[in-house]
Design a protein around this ligand. Structure first.
Ligand SMILES: [Zn+2]
Ligand SMILES: [Zn+2]
Length: 122
């Protein structure tokens, strides 16, 4: 129904290799408990999930700013972890999403998950 929250002008592909993920997509990926994570994970230097690192810009998936208690953390993931979770997330998201079920293009979240899953396979 009301699905359009992101302004269309923001959808241009950024020239940078860094993947940034919309908060709604991050929610589908499912973040672990962020309170008490190691500093290098909180800064996004290492992968939030597998602790691989230090991540280069080309390898990292930016998961955005999150708040734990009163501190802000900026977790990032390696493409493999993000891709694996996005792949699973597609199956969680798809049956619940009217847009993805009824249109070929799918919604923004569905497309972002697909893109992440594809990137993670490289
Ligand atoms: Zn990882
Ligand atoms: Zn969808």
């Amino acid at each position: 129904m009301t699905h359009g929250t992101a302004p269309a002008s923001q959808t241009a592909e950024a020239p940078s290799a860094l993947l940034e993920v919309h908060a709604a997509v991050v929610a589908v990926l499912g973040l672990p408990e962020l309170a008490g994570i190691s500093d290098r994970r909180a800064r996004g230097a290492h992968c939030l999930w597998c602790d691989y690192g230090p991540l280069t810009t080309a390898e990292a998936v930016d998961l955005g700013e999150h708040k734990t208690d009163d501190v802000a953390v900026f977790p990032r993931a390696c493409r493999r972890c993000a891709g694996r979770r996005a792949h699973r997330g597609m199956y969680d998201h798809h049956p619940d999403c009217e847009t993805c079920r009824t249109t070929e293009a799918g919604c923004e979240i569905g497309r972002a998950l697909f893109r992440l899953a594809r990137e993670g396979r490289r």
